[in-house]
Structure formats: structure tokens, C-alpha cells
Write a protein that binds this ligand. Structure first.
Ligand SMILES: [Ca+2]
Length: 192
């Protein structure tokens, strides 16, 4: 059964040993309650860090994870059947999925492993068809909200759009001194 991500693996330039949960913040875009970070842990290599959320991102919503020391934002979202990852569920995703099945195009595992078995097989075709038939809600023609907000209405309840970022109305901003951190965030390895 398809579901949204509840963790993300980040690749850094060096050991992630000195990175703490306080080095991250998270906000949401969409109508859902934003997800929270519940923990971080080292990944399979010393340069990989797994950020674990308190729950799965609900379909049709986004989360913006910020690595505070570098002011880097990672925008993730989950839209059922959005195989090509453009944030829109359209007939192009069917073409992309067929290309993937035929081995003509490669997509990240999280785009094509639709039944979440951990591998991409022909069984994912059934899950893809189920999504197209509306078994998990009608997502055809739907889009994810933009990564950068332009209006308060795009942010979750209790959040306002502040310079493109959905910011919590109350509570002081978190400031973490990033000095001394020797590692840089390079790229997202995988969303799980
Ligand atoms: Ca798409």
C-alpha cells in the first residue's frame, strides 16, 4: 500500500557525528498538521544521517526540512502516483512508469516502489493502477503545494508565510550556532 515518507537519509561531506537534532527544523506546506522530527540517527555510512519524522507525510502535503547551520532547505512531499516527481499527478506519470518498467528510464526507488516493498518490481504496476483507479483517493490531476509559499493560505494551520517559508505563528525562532561543524550537507540519498 502506498504511503508517504516518515524518514529521509541525508548525505554529508564528512562524519555526521557532531550533528544534533537541534541542527534541524521542519515546517509544512499543505493543509495538514506539519510533521515533526522525532529523532536522528547515523545511516549505513558515517557520512549518512537519517532524519526520522513523528509520522508519515500525508498524501498531498509537503515538508520543508532545514539544516540550520548551512541554512539549507530540503523540500519533500508525497503525491500518490507522481512517478516523474514533478509534483503533479498527470498522464505523464503513466508514461514515466512504463518507461521505468521497460528499463528505458531510471527513477529514484521512492518514485517507482509504489507498493513500498523496498524494491521496484512488476508488482508495483498493480499499486500504480490502483492509484489511477482512485483506490487511495482521487489524485488524478492533483498537485503538491509549492515548496516556497506565497500566501498564508498555503501554510498549515498556525503557520504564516514569511519570505517564502511557512513559519510558526508563536514560539521563538530556533538559533543554533553552526560554527565548528565541519561537514556540509551534500544531497538527499533517499526518502523512505
Ligand atoms: Ca508527475
Amino acid at each position: 500500500m502506498p504511503f508517504g515518507w516518515n524518514s529521509i537519509i541525508l548525505k554529508f561531506s564528512g562524519s555526521v557525528e557532531g550533528i544534533s537534532i537541534g541542527n534541524f527544523s521542519i515546517s509544512g506546506v499543505g493543509n495538514d498538521e506539519p510533521i515533526e522530527i522525532s529523532g536522528i540517527t547515523r545511516g549505513s555510512s558515517q557520512n549518512d544521517l537519517v532524519v526520522i519524522f513523528n509520522r508519515q507525510i500525508n498524501p498531498g502535503n509537503r515538508a520543508i526540512l532545514k539544516y540550520i547551520p548551512e541554512n539549507k532547505e530540503i523540500c519533500i512531499g508525497y503525491l500518490p502516483g507522481d512517478v516523474n516527481g514533478d509534483g503533479v499527478r498527470s498522464p505523464n506519470d503513466m508514461l514515466a512508469f512504463i518507461d521505468a518498467l521497460n528499463g528505458q528510464k531510471e527513477f529514484p526507488i521512492y518514485s517507482t516502489d509504489i507498493d513500498r516493498s523496498g524494491i521496484f518490481t512488476s508488482a508495483d504496476n498493480l499499486a500504480f493502477i490502483d492509484i489511477g483507479n482512485g483506490i487511495y483517493g482521487d489524485w488524478n490531476g492533483k498537485s503538491l503545494p509549492p515548496c516556497k509559499c506565497t500566501d498564508d493560505l498555503q501554510c498549515s494551520s498556525g503557520y504564516v508565510c514569511n519570505e517564502g517559508t511557512c513559519t510558526e505563528l508563536s514560539g521563538s525562532p530556533i538559533f543554533i550556532d553552526g560554527e565548528g561543524l565541519l561537514v556540509n550537507l551534500i544531497r538527499i540519498l533517499k526518502v523512505i
